[in-house]
Design a protein around this ligand. Structure first.
Ligand code: FAD
Length: 258
């Protein structure tokens, strides 16, 4: 299988760097082909702006949506974006690996998503009408592929528990797992989260690698998070609200998981 790692940590000798090296070796030893987009090493341009299209008139008003659509449809995207889109098409599985920074991904990785998920690729896919609201949330360009997060967090596991002060980790990661991964079609596996990173010693690192190695071995066997697909009857369209008989007692993020 083909696996794309999109990795965001500025220091190769960090815990994240070590876990990334471990993961790549584990997957390659199992016979998979792995590509790594090491965003800091690539000096990835994080900001989406007018320079992302190759044929803009300098005086034209920049429209982030329409410029992206035009560039994608007409082969006018900047080369770094095209290369990442090709890697995504090549991949059977995507792994996003990052330290949790301010309850989300580092800005450089958010910028990868913003720029690589062009209109017509990451969004704006399929029929958009009152009867059908595009191919997304379970359908889309990346349908049939798997995705998983590898995340490290300074906070304790209890801080991210059901009543923990930071909110449950499933909720913290919902915008990434549901909004960034499920939206363009990925099947999203449960995340691999390492907590309390400042307490990790050699023994802790060995334990984490054991658990992570197992998750990587099971990449094709692990059941995805059962997010509800948009176009299979659970949602009223075009309101895109759960039908009253679906999870009637659930509100918020949890309601969108079967
Ligand atoms: P490192 O600092 O590189 O390493 C952590 C520990 O692992 C160290 O003790 C190190 O000795 C050990 N280690 C590293 N490599 C090895 C190895 N090969 N073998 C054995 N031990 C090793 N945390 C939250 O929970 N929520 C937040 O919202 C949040 N926001 C943050 C925002 C910013 C801007 C920053 C800088 C930090 C934030 N943090 C937050 C903390 C952050 O999540 C952790 O600092 C990060 O996850 C640690 O990962 P690292 O790769 O940088 O670890």
């Amino acid at each position: 299988m083909n696996i794309l790692f999109v990795y965001a940590h500025p220091e190769p000798k960090s815990l994240n760097g070590s876990l990334k090296n471990f993961s790549v070796k584990r997957l390659e030893d199992a016979g998979h082909a792995v590509q790594v987009s090491d965003l800091y090493a690539m000096q990835w341009k994080a900001s989406l702006d007018a320079d992302d299209s190759t044929d803009r008139r300098p005086d034209a008003r920049f429209d982030p949506v329409l410029d992206s659509k035009h560039a994608f449809e007409n082969g006018r995207q900047s080369e770094d974006i095209v290369l990442e889109q090709d890697k995504l098409r090549w991949a059977d599985a995507l792994i996003l690996q990052f330290p949790l920074w301010w309850f989300s991904m580092p800005a450089i990785l958010k910028g990868w998503v913003e720029r690589v998920y062009a209109y017509g690729f990451g969004y704006g896919v399929g029929e958009h009408s009152d009867a059908r609201w595009g191919d997304r949330y379970g359908e889309g360009t990346l349908a049939g592929k798997r995705a998983m997060l590898i995340v490290t967090a300074g906070g304790w596991e209890s801080h991210y528990g059901p009543r923990g002060i930071n909110g449950p980790m499933d909720d913290v990661l919902f915008p990434i797992q549901h909004g960034i991964l499920y939206y363009p079609g990925f099947e999203v596996l449960p995340p691999f989260v390492t907590y309390r990173t400042d307490r990790i010693d050699e023994a802790g690192f060995t334990r984490i690698c054991g658990e992570l190695g197992q998750r990587l071995d099971d990449l094709w066997k692990t059941a995805p998070i059962p997010f509800l697909p948009q176009n299979a009857g659970a949602y009223d369209i075009p309101a895109l609200t759960l039908r009253p008989d679906i999870a009637p007692d659930q509100l918020g993020f949890a309601a969108h998981i079967a």
